[in-house]
Ligand binder design. Structure first.
Ligand code: ADP
Ligand code: F6P
Length: 319
């Protein structure tokens, strides 16, 4: 292993830069040449590589987003696209690749590995839904950002006695909604993993109103239903007026928390170590509070689940 490359793929997540830094610095420390691939798999197919030195990752540990840029690449999903990437990697004499991204990115990384290029995945996604790991880089920052936003919205909800529906990201997973709903004291949390009940949401609002609490926060995970649909349903069924706030990309940006910087640093170094040891076709994981690694294929068979007891915990304390 003499030359390795690193790329970021899929949705950007705070802490990806800290992970890039760890890969580059650890690689150079261990005597490797390290290349950055710009624009995810699109750049990989086009051979958009740049050699990284120690200074190229200076001053990025605290920055959100990804200096290498990211992409969602349709072209890379085809065998033709993957073979194009392999040719570009071979032409540049790259011996190993670190892919920082989510589930989709790991499927792509696995394909490259099967085509002969040793590949290691580092989990990076605010959604924290990646199979094979309890944690993915970016989640901690994203949930802190969401809670900070809801705390502010709460001030207005309280002052004007309004009911606010806050739609958060997470794609098919409800963990962002669940954690932020609990930590921001939402009266109702709607997540894809649990069938929601409009009557129940209304009852909880009325229960609060009976004791003089005239404002209410409902957190909705985008994978369950949109905030606007919840608003329409509450209007149609109960003639209830609500305000909808879609937090959107606000959740993906910003300075990574200490936890994300720490996880990114640990996982980035671990990924380089695996490549140096001659390992391939693996993703780095965080399980039971420890770094671990597992085959992409084994990871794909696992399902990342949420702890449903947290959902019921929320119901019993946010009343
Ligand atoms: P994430 O990595 O955050 O889950 P995506 O699902 O958008 O984000 O995946 C990122 C990229 O990974 C896709 O745009 C595509 O180029 C590649 N990818 C996703 N699924 C596959 C697949 N089954 N085979 C090959 N490449 C894939
Ligand atoms: O995977 C991260 C994520 O932000 C999801 O929460 C969201 O559904 C999706 O990406 C949005 O993707 P895009 O970058 O295409 O807007």
């Amino acid at each position: 292993m003499k030359k390795i490359a690193v790329l970021t793929s899929g949705g950007d997540a705070p802490g990806m830069n800290a992970a890039i830094r760890a890969v580059v610095r650890r690689g150079i420390y261990c005597g490797l040449e390290v290349y950055g691939v710009r624009h995810g798999y699109d750049g990989l197919m086009d051979g958009d590589f740049q050699q990284m030195d120690l200074g190229s990752v200076g001053d990025i540990i605290h920055r959100g987003g990804t200096i290498l840029r990211s992409a969602r690449s349709e072209a890379f999903k085809s065998l033709e696209g993957q073979e194009k990437a392999i040719t570009a990697l071979n032409n540049a004499k790259i011996d190993g690749l670190v892919v920082i991204g989510g589930d989709g990115s790991f499927r792509g990384a696995d394909k490259l590995n099967q085509l002969g290029l040793p590949t290691i995945g580092v989990p990076g996604s605010i959604d924290n839904d990646i199979s094979g790991t309890d944690y993915s880089i970016g989640f901690d920052t994203a949930v802190n950002t969401v809670v900070e936003a809801i705390d502010k919205i709460r001030d207005t909800a309280y002052s004007h006695e309004r009911i606010c529906i806050i739609e958060v990201m997470g794609r098919h997973a409800g963990i962002i909604a669940l954690w932020t709903g609990i930590c921001a004291g939402a009266e109702s949390i709607i997540i894809p993993e649990v069938q929601f009940d409009l009557e129940d949401i209304m009852e909880r609002i009325q229960f609060g109103q009976k004791r003089g609490k005239m404002h209410s926060i409902i957190v909705v995970g985008e994978g369950a239903i949109s905030g606007n649909e919840v608003k329409e349903k509450l209007k149609d069924k109960f003639n209830l007026d609500t305000n909808v706030i879609v937090l959107g990309y606000l959740q993906r940006g910003g300075t990574p928390t200490i936890y994300d910087r720490m996880m990114a640093s640990k996982m980035g170094v671990y990924a380089v170590n695996l490549l140096i040891e001659g390992k391939k076709g693996l993703m780095v994981g965080w399980k039971k509070g420890q770094l671990t690694h597992l085959n992409f294929q084994d990871a794909f068979k696992e399902k990342h689940t949420i702890d449903l007891s947290d959902y019921y915990l929320a119901r019993s304390i946010s009343i």
